[in-house]
Design a protein around this ligand. Structure first.
Ligand code: FES
Length: 143
């Protein structure tokens, strides 16, 4: 309990690898076009007003990853919710799990804090981008 061990983990890995290829192929126009249609992180503007999670689905002291939306929602303390991009700032993999207060990237082992998305362990050196959220009627909504 408290972890995001869903059967979709393998699929998320595939998405991660594809994203890595996108990052490496920035100099290739064809690769870049492929990236544009892939699962890049969403802007706060795109998500504004949307319910991205149910508060009840997010464990206290942990979090839940929404791979399709590229969002990770955490609850560092009871009733305090945070949302971040699930796209790792190192090379663009989708983060894979939330454990012991950390959001973990499966590609090269970067870890980010659930409290503010900051880097707890590299190789990533930039924090996960945070989305402003509030709880409305039991849902986590981007503001
Ligand atoms: Fe996440 Fe490298 S892409 S650690």
């Amino acid at each position: 309990m408290g972890e995001n061990a869903t059967p979709r983990a393998a699929g998320d890995g595939d998405i991660g690898r594809r994203t890595v290829l996108c990052g490496a192929g920035v100099i290739g126009a064809a690769a870049l076009a492929g990236c544009a249609s892939g699962g890049e992180e969403k802007s706060a503007q795109e998500l504004k007003g949307k319910e991205i999670a149910k508060a009840a689905d997010v464990p206290v002291g942990g979090g839940k990853i929404y791979g399709d939306e590229k969002i990770v929602v955490t609850q560092p303390a009871q009733g305090t919710f945070k949302a971040f991009t699930a796209v790792c700032t190192h090379q663009g993999c989708t983060v894979g799990s939330v454990k012991q207060g950390l959001i973990n990237c499966p590609c090269h082992g970067s870890e980010f804090k659930i409290t503010d998305g900051s880097v707890a362990k590299g190789p990533a050196d930039e924090p996960l981008r945070e989305y402003p959220v509030q709880v409305k009627n039991g849902g986590i909504v981007v503001t």
